[in-house]
Design a protein around this ligand. Structure first.
Ligand code: SF4
Ligand code: SF4
Length: 207
């Protein structure tokens, strides 16, 4: 874990990191009084360079570089443990998600490159087939993460026992999938530009 400098470097008003997090999540990060209960329960805390409560402290102090270059925002798996333990009801997973999204918008290189690779391959497959295609996920991830034989000892037996399907299956209604991804892209654009983009007709959950 890193040691934080306890001096605020945040910019006042709308340009500050605190204001940005508030706008993206509705969360008042100043409500966090650093009790550490979130970090004590976080299953990933020991692997993070900043523990979850330290991420919030860095946000409070406006330490943008520390936050956006940390591994913590990429290692968080949104398990909600911290949120359920927090006496101040700070929605830390939501804050982590917003920080990841902001880091991507600012084209900051992720401290955990392979996590970003996993997200990209996963979402690409869901967009294409409407559901997860496990063989494509393993193959695509291994290739892009430059570890072609990783987990081969697990994958091959699963393939031979019919636990994994070699040929991907698509959901029936591809139009609904397209509409969901289109709307997600519109919402992302709205967040960046601050301007409303016309919503597509609501899509029901595909079968
Ligand atoms: S549990 Fe809540 S109040 Fe305590 S450090 Fe974590 S976020 Fe802050
Ligand atoms: S949501 Fe993220 S930060 Fe919170 S406990 Fe889970 S992994 Fe840790």
């Amino acid at each position: 874990m890193s040691v934080l400098k306890f001096a605020s470097t945040d910019q006042p008003g709308r340009n500050g990191l605190l204001a940005l997090v508030k706008a993206k999540t509705g969360q008042d990060v100043l409500a966090c009084y650093q009790c550490g209960k979130c970090s004590a329960g976080c299953p990933l805390s020991s692997a993070m360079d900043l523990a979850p409560h330290q991420v919030l402290r860095a946000v409070q102090l406006g330490q943008r570089d520390l936050v956006f270059q940390s591994s913590a925002i990429w290692l968080c798996v949104t398990c909600q443990t911290c949120y359920t333990r927090c006496p101040q009801e700070v929605d830390l997973p939501r804050v982590m998600d917003a920080l990841r999204s902001q880091a991507l918008q600012e084209k900051i290189r992720p401290a955990e490159r392979t996590v970003k690779v996993f997200h990209d391959v996963f979402l690409g497959l869901v967009e294409r087939f409407g559901r997860l295609y496990e063989v494509g996920l393993i193959g695509g991830y291994n290739l892009l993460a430059r570890q072609p034989l990783a987990s081969a000892d697990l994958g091959l037996p699963m393939l031979t026992r019919g636990k994994l399907e070699l040929i991907p299956r698509r959901v029936k209604d591809q139009e609904q999938i397209k509409a969901i991804f289109k709307r997600a892209a519109e919402l992302e654009l709205e967040e960046i530009t601050g301007q409303s983009v016309a919503a597509a007709p609501p899509a029901s959950v595909p079968s």
